[in-house]
Design a protein around this ligand. Sequence first.
Ligand code: PBE
Length: 277
Amino acid sequence: ESDAKGKIVITGKKFTEQVILTHLLAEYVKANTDLDVEVKDSLGGAFMLQQAIENGDVDMYVEYTGTGYLNILKQPYDPAKTPEQIYNETKKLYKEKYNIAWLKPLGFNNTYALAMRRDLAEKLGVKTYSDLVKHSSSLTFGSDAEFFERSDGYDGLVDTYGFHFKKTVNIDPDLQYEAAKNGEIDVITAYTTDARIKKYDLVVLKDDKHYFPPYHAVPIIRQEVLDANPGLEEKLNKLTNILTDEKMMKLNGEVNLEGKQPREVAIDFLKKEGLID
Ligand code: PBE
């Protein structure tokens, strides 16, 4: 038996959706294979996780197509490309460069979207990112620290549209919705599967120049782990399209609005879908 067989280490990034998905993968693998599953606390964002999976410190997590494509692979984004093309190219390049496999998509797209309080958006008459440009010098912009470092992040956004925000603020991604609602920050980079957008009546503006790529959620796993465990890939691909944007938003809301535990939400969902007993 090789060392790679027997155990699988699963992790995720530091925001609610990722914690739910970590447990969803972990509980599914526990119930459907004889692998030992270790859930590792989040190590950070995309760059940290890429290092960890390349080193073999972790075996699997959920990444988003546009994130892998632009930030890890450093590919230039062409908005004419379809989500399927982005997925296929990302999958191919990860395999070649890192021996990491992209499994099939879970079925939802969690993109960044500039969002603001409805009364502010209506007062300014802002519906699209372009509408926002002439008001930007009187508005504060907040996002998570990673956004200011990313290839699909702040600098490119500002270049594409010509924004000049009054001030920028780093904020935990799980706290930005409250901050927008309370008027502490005017414009946030909401994650579109977050239930707090609707709950707090925030308006998502239209990315009219198609700056942001598609971000379909996909479990990624070290190819060595798949090779050591025949049948594992097939089992994991039973998770294909189990979620939609609406379903993911609902699960996120169960944690962020109803106060449930992410693991409990993941287990209930898997049971309902008949994926675990
Ligand atoms: N996203 C949007 C980011 C955070 C929000 C899911 C594409 C990411 O984790 O890459």
